[in-house]
Each structure stands twice: as structure tokens, then as C-alpha cells.
Design a protein. Sequence first.
Length: 86
Amino acid sequence: MITTTLTFDELAALMKQSAGVTVDARELEKASDAPFATLGVDSLGLLGIVGELENRYSVALPTDAERCKTPVEFLGLVNNALKTGV
């Protein structure tokens, strides 16, 4: 079982790396309920983030991860999956 959690800082870095979107982690946290689309992340970008996390943690994330609409929803789902290993 993995004991780490994904933070807004890490998500902001992944957004830049996998989706080419630069966003300040503090601003991302403040706008955590804003749709990814308004932040400039499309479905392919989110899929890239999911793929990177699956490779990094050797855990298959739920298929719902790539359908999350907001950063807070995504972090909740990913962190739950990392905690439970499911």
C-alpha cells in the first residue's frame, strides 16, 4: 500500500509536464473546484496526467480519474486510490 498523497503542488507540476499548462499551485488550490477545461486542461491532458501517475506509483487508477471535472475531485479520487491501492 502506498502512503503518499498527491498535492496541489504535484498536480500543478503534472499539469505543466503532461498537459503543457502552467498554473501556480496556490492559485490551483484556490480554484480547486474550477473545471479543468477553464484551467486549460483538456481530456487528453488529463489522460496524460493519469498515465504519469500510474507509471509513477505502479497503481492502476480508476477509469473515473480521467473523467474528473475539477482538481479537487481528481485529487480526492487519486488519493483514495493511492491510499487503498484500488
